[in-house]
Each structure stands twice: as C-alpha cells, then as structure tokens.
Design a protein around this ligand. Structure first.
Ligand code: MF3
Ligand code: CO
Ligand code: CO
Length: 266
C-alpha cells in the first residue's frame, strides 16, 4: 500500500484523535489500583471514549486477517503478557505491572497510545523494566526527523534495551496509522541504523517497543490474541503516535497526564 503522507487537514484530525487517546490514559490512571479487574477498566474506558469523547474504541471487534474479532475496547497486558491481553474478571494485585493500550477513532482517524502502570508497589526489576522501556520509546522518538531512516529508530531502541540486559520482542512492531488502525510502514524496534525508508514530513506512525526482562521469544495463548513471553519473564511496553514534521517530529498522543520524556536521557 505504501506509506501515506498526511495533508495538513488530515494532521489536524490526527492531532484530535491522538490527544483523546492520551486523555483516556489520563482518565483511567486513578482507577488502576489493587482489587480492580481489567474488565472494569475496559468498561470505564469504553464509556469514557463513547459517552464523553464521542469516539469509537478501535479494538472492539477489530479483526485483522487470521484473527477472530477482538472482544473488548482496550488491551490490558499484565506481567508476562507482552501485548493484546484481553480484559477479564481477575482483580489486579499489588506488585502487578500492567500495560493499558488505547486506540480511539475520532472522525474516522485513529490515535494509539499505551502506558505501563505499577499496581501498588512493584519489585525493583519490574520498576526498572518499566523505566527502561519508557526510555526506549523516547530514544526511538528522538530519532524521528525528515531525512532520517526508519532503521535508526529500531537500532537505537535495541541498543538501549540490550545494554540494560533486556531483550526486544521481534514479532510485533510499530505501524503507520491514520484512516487505518494499522498501515505501512512497519516500525521495527530492532535492526540497523541508516537502513529502511527515508522519513518525510507528513508521515505518521507509532513507536511501541515491547521489552522483556528475559528472552525475546513469545507465544500466543489459546484465546488467539494474548501474547506472553515464552519464558514467562516480565514484559513492558509504552506507545506514542508520532508525526514527522519539517523540523523533526511532534508526539501526537501527548496529553496533560502523559509522563514526560525521561530527564535521565542525554
Ligand atoms: N493497540 C495495538 C497496537 O498498538 C493493537 C491492538 S489490536 C487489538 O497496535 F485488536 F488487540 F486491539
Ligand atoms: Co499501535
Ligand atoms: Co496500541
């Protein structure tokens, strides 16, 4: 299909959809506590998107080729779950780490963002994995500029994750986004700098590294969606939707409550 270049009008609509995705994460933050179920978080996010924001939750009934329709409105991936965890009736417990992944559709345009949440107090390893993965996201974002190459992003992320002793999931990647949930290009979170497509103003894609505390290998659960680490080690993920601008980039899914670019980065 090729990488679409968004027009100024498209970009304005993407700014709205993306900010709304960030605002769902802001809204749900106060509810992520020991005892709440991910099903309850799903319902709260669904109702906020539909009734307050006037959005469609993109995951609900989403069915890419080879997949059964996704049954819920958000993804909630706990501990060794890498991504696409389906909200259920098990309560969160102190020490869990959970990724909530929100994709809104507003006026036909998609905004996609996810964050990690620490339930109560987590282990030093769990906290470090969440922090390093957040750094990986921003190290990737730092590489986004016109004339840069897509491979610059993955190479920087892989280097940072592996220097910390962690591993990068290979089977899932960031993606172009706009009128479609998933479009070209594929944004790998590993690879070689100075390779891949040249970045141009008007491109919009996600960066969403999945980083494992143990080995990189994953498996899919029998529900056909949930991805887990094969060695059952912890996994973390953070996601933003990014626009390539004339001068660099704009992080479209930033919202008032989004954790800022880590001050620990150079
Ligand atoms: N939001 C995920 C992403 O970042 C995709 C979820 S697909 C779903 O690409 F169907 F599981 F919701
Ligand atoms: Co995404
Ligand atoms: Co997402």
């Amino acid at each position: 299909m090729g990488i679409t270049i968004k027009t100024p009008e498209d970009i304005e609509k993407m700014r709205v959809a993306c900010r709304l995705a960030g605002e769902v994460l802001d809204y749900i933050t106060a509810f992520v506590k020991p005892g709440i179920t991910t099903e309850a978080l799903d319902k709260l996010c669904h109702d906020y998107m539909v009734d307050v924001q006037g959005c469609i939750p993109a995951p609900l009934n989403y069915a890419p080729p080879g997949y059964a329709p996704y049954p819920k409105s958000i993804c909630a991936s706990i501990n060794h779950q890498v991504c696409h965890g389906i909200p259920n009736d098990r309560p969160l417990k102190k020490g869990d780490i959970v990724n909530l992944d929100i994709t809104t559709i507003k006026d036909g345009w998609h905004g996609d963002s996810s964050r990690m949440f620490i339930v109560g107090e987590a282990s030093i390893l769990a906290k470090r994995l969440c922090a390093v993965t957040h750094e990986c996201l921003w190290i990737g974002i730092d590489r986004v500029r016109p004339g840069g190459r897509l491979g610059d992003i993955g190479a920087a992320i892989q280097h940072h994750a592996e220097a910390a002793g962690f591993s990068v999931v290979r089977e899932f990647c960031g993606h172009g986004i706009g009128a479609n949930f998933h479009e070209d290009p594929q944004v790998l979170h590993y690879g070689k700098a100075a390779t891949g497509p040249v970045l141009e103003p008007g491109m919009i894609f996600t960066i969403e590294p999945m980083i494992n505390a143990g080995k990189a290998a994953i498996s899919e659960l029998p529900d056909g969606w949930t991805i887990v680490t094969r060695d059952r080690s912890l996994s973390a993920q953070w996601e933003h939707t990014i626009l390539v601008t004339e001068r660099g980039h704009e992080v479209l899914t930033l919202s008032a409550g989004a954790p800022p670019r880590p001050s620990t980065l150079p």
